[in-house]
Design a protein around this ligand. Structure first.
Ligand code: NAD
Length: 480
């Protein structure tokens, strides 16, 4: 166990790891159930203190030379890179990640630091010609202020860093509330990195536990909420923030489809489909939750997908090199298996997997899935690949678009014109041709439409829209 004592039972407020009167909860290794640490449930008093510190620090931070902000971010990236082994171990344990998933997530988070360092000194704003002699119109990009950042457990380091790094690069301060399941990698360990990098006190505060999230949303001095998590919580946050006219950005769930057309490379489609359905046990917002396959290639596709599933190993990633680790909890396993049985009762058929040993669920392929079955209609968030066979491209599109979600879609065809035409008709924030739904690149805007998200995308230059406000400043030069 390599968790330092200062992270246990601590919050990070005004540059220090501090205690609290809040309840203490165990943090578990998701595979073994072993208690690996303890975390505090931040109280309302803690939230108020953290927000006050973030408000107090914001002006000074915004006026800190951009090159200094950039230097701190670069140091942060270098420290995270140096600490990658330690992060990996805790990410495997509290996050249930397999080693390569943890490494990929940490690598992507290092990139967020370096890209944010660039963002700190990137050109911001515009000069707009005036209709008045002597007037100079400047459109400034100013930080939003204090950003309440509420995150999910399934990629805790990256989900935090993809917003935290650009937010502070652009002069905001951040109160980060990681998911209760992953308080260390999702928050407190990042605070250690930022403190060592020389980030001034108050610029990033970390509050652990569940209830602090709702308190941040209703706090009048938090200018913006950035939330990554479930659709239900996102709706609740949007409603709670509305009376305060608070800026809200929501990154929510998906029910992402992979469309396999008649002329697809079936082996490629099955490999990508398996990667996107089973990676991180399917507990990924951009996981493939529906495989929509044209009838003439369906038998080959189901056979290839099942073969991919069958060869994957499942077990404790802390003690063995496995392809799939644990689900978050027994409850998630039970929920996933109940989705399978309820769909089977309506005519679906399990062709591979479908069994669990405690929190370890075998990668599962279910075919004959139709709209109206829960496996088709809802986000699965488990290593389950539901297959729906269709007779035409029109039917595929109708089914794909017949969901309230709109996050990521994949289209497989050897003919790029055909693929483009199908991609063009899909309602989805992201669409990938001849690749899986679970793609991410830090420099590319990421986000969903419809029930998958609200507000600006994040990533690359989209972060400027997300995390700044425009201000028209005019200068009249002909006064004297
Ligand atoms: P969740 O909604 O249960 O929790 C997310 C966070 O919200 C946690 O920190 C939680 O403590 C906090 N929270 C809970 N109730 C709150 C309230 N009333 N007010 C404020 N904060 C509150 O989600 P989860 O189970 O941790 O995450 C899984 C979900 O997240 C899936 O639906 C997945 O698709 C989605 N997700 C989306 C993206 C994306 O980028 N679109 C990325 C990862 C995960």
């Amino acid at each position: 166990m390599t968790l330092s004592g200062s992270l246990q039972r601590a919050l990070f407020i005004d540059g220090e790891f501090v205690g609290s009167d809040g309840e203490i909860s165990p943090v578990t290794d998701k595979a073994s159930g072993e208690v690996i640490g303890e975390s505090i449930t931040a109280t309302d008093v803690d939230v108020d203190r953290a927000v006050a510190g973030a408000v107090a620090a914001q002006r000074e931070w915004y006026t800190t030379p951009a090159t200094e902000r950039a230097a701190i971010l670069r140091r942060g990236g270098a420290i995270l890179e140096r600490e990658a082994g330690r992060f990996k171990e805790i990410l495997i344990r509290e996050g249930g990640a397999i080693g390569p998933k943890a490494e990929g997530e940490i690598g992507a988070s290092v990139i967020e630091f370096f890209q944010a360092a660039e963002l700190a000194t990137t050109p911001l704003g515009e000069i707009i010609p005036s209709g008045q002699r002597g007037r100079v119109n400047i459109v400034e990009r100013r930080p939003v202020g204090v950003v309440g950042l509420i995150t999910a457990w399934n990629a805790p380091v990256h989900i935090a860093m993809r917003v935290l790094a650009p937010a502070i690069a652009l002069g905001n301060t951040v109160v980060l509330k990681p998911a209760p399941e992953t308080p260390f990698t999702g928050g407190l360990m990042l605070a250690e990195v930022l403190a060592e990098a020389g980030l001034p006190a108050g610029v990033v505060q970390v509050l652990t536990g569940g209830p602090a999230g709702a308190r941040l949303v209703s706090h009048p001095q938090v200018d913006m909420i950035h939330f990554t998590g479930s659709e239900d919580t996102g709706r609740r946050i949007n409603v709670a923030a509305a009376p305060l006219l608070k800026r809200v950005a929501l990154e929510l769930g998906g029910n992402n489809a992979s469309i396999v057309l008649s002329d697809a490379d079936v082996e490629l489609a099955a490999r990508c489909g398996a990667g996107s359905s089973f990676g991180h046990q399917g507990q990924v917002c951009i996981a493939t939750g529906r495989h929509i396959v044209l009838a003439d290639v369906a038998a080959d596709y189901v056979a290839a997908l099942s073969a991919e599933a069958a060869k994957l190993t499942v077990g404790d990633p802390y003690t063995a090199a496995v392809d799939l680790g644990p689900m978050l909890s027994q409850r998630q396993v039970d929920k996933a298996l109940a989705m399978v049985s309820s769909s089977v009762e309506l005519g679906a058929r399990v062709v591979e997997g479908g069994t669990a040993d405690g929190v370890f669920l075998r990668p599962t392929v279910v075919d004959q899935v139709r709209p109206g079955m829960v496996l088709h209609d809802e986000e699965v968030f488990a290593p389950i690949a539901p297959v729906t066979v269709v007779d035409s491209v029109d039917e595929a599109l109708k089914i794909v678009n017949g969901t309230r979600f709109g996050l990521s879609t994949a289209v497989f065809s050897r003919d790029l014109d055909t693929a483009w035409s199908v991609a063009d008709q899909v309602r989805s924030g992201m669409v990938h041709v001849n690749d899986g739904t679970a793609l991410h690149e830090s420099q590319v805007p990421f986000g969903g439409t419809a029930a998958s998200g609200l507000g600006d995308d994040l990533g690359g230059r989209a972060n400027i829209d997300l995390l700044t406000e425009r201000r028209w400043t005019s200068l009249q030069r002909n006064v004297l």
